[in-house]
Design a protein around this ligand. Structure first.
Ligand code: 5GP
Ligand code: MG
Length: 198
């Protein structure tokens, strides 16, 4: 059962929504990413997360609790900040990145992990990575719930030292579980791919 059974209107166009990932599958993948991250950061003595608003909000809180559960000692050393970037208009990337609100604390000397919902062209992330590197963090890695390898338009070396990826997907536009279209569908538990209805 989903509210998408009869398709979904995206502007004037009727789109078909197909489930890509069920909530349980996402939760399981987030837990295993958390295990991997907790193991990698255990010896570094700290983890500072930078969550990219709005999209990554839900994924970020899920992941941070999971990291803390995977390694309670690391959990006590975790700090977090947010930055609000906007770059997307409708279902196509504008390539222009606008900062709506900035970090509260500098990342200098910290082991920074950027928490982002999705890498599409990578332009948003590359701008953020460059900005944070200028502050000289101790290390800088990225975790994304979804990645679209076929759409990547920047060199991988511009996207941090390491990227943890939940799932690789095709070029399709996705909604649900963090992902919105014009502010809608973020609260839908599963992830759907939208395609033009026949
Ligand atoms: P970029 O092209 O710069 O990598 O992606 C910029 C932003 O576009 C992402 O942070 C995300 O907020 C949004 N975005 C990219 N692909 C999708 C998608 O398939 N669905 C939704 N809802 N947002 C997307
Ligand atoms: Mg985003």
């Amino acid at each position: 059962m989903s509210g998408f059974d009869d398709g979904v209107m995206v502007g004037e166009t009727k789109m078909q929504a197909n489930v890509l990932f069920k909530e349980a599958q996402i939760t399981e993948r987030v837990a295993s990413l958390a295990q991997e991250i907790a193991a990698d950061y255990a010896s570094r003595g700290g983890l500072h997360t930078v969550t990219v608003l709005n999209g990554a909000l839900h994924f970020a809180s899920q992941l941070r609790f999971a990291i803390s559960k995977a390694n309670p000692e690391l959990g006590f050393e975790m700090t977090s900040d947010t930055i609000h970037l906007a770059s997307y208009h409708g279902t196509g990337s504008s390539g222009e990145v606008k900062k709506i609100s900035d970090l509260t604390h500098p990342v200098t000397g910290k082991h920074v992990l950027i928490l982002e919902d999705i890498v599409d062209t990578g332009k948003t992330l590359s701008v953020l990575v460059a900005e944070l590197l200028a502050q000289k963090p101790a290390s800088l890695a990225v975790v994304v719930l979804l990645r679209k390898p076929s759409k990547l338009a920047v060199p991988e070396s511009d996207l941090g030292e390491k990227m943890y990826v939940g799932f690789d997907i095709g070029p399709e536009f996705v909604v649900g579980h963090c992902f919105d279209y014009d502010g809608r569908f973020r609260d839908v538990p599963d992830i759907y791919a939208l395609s033009p209805a026949e």
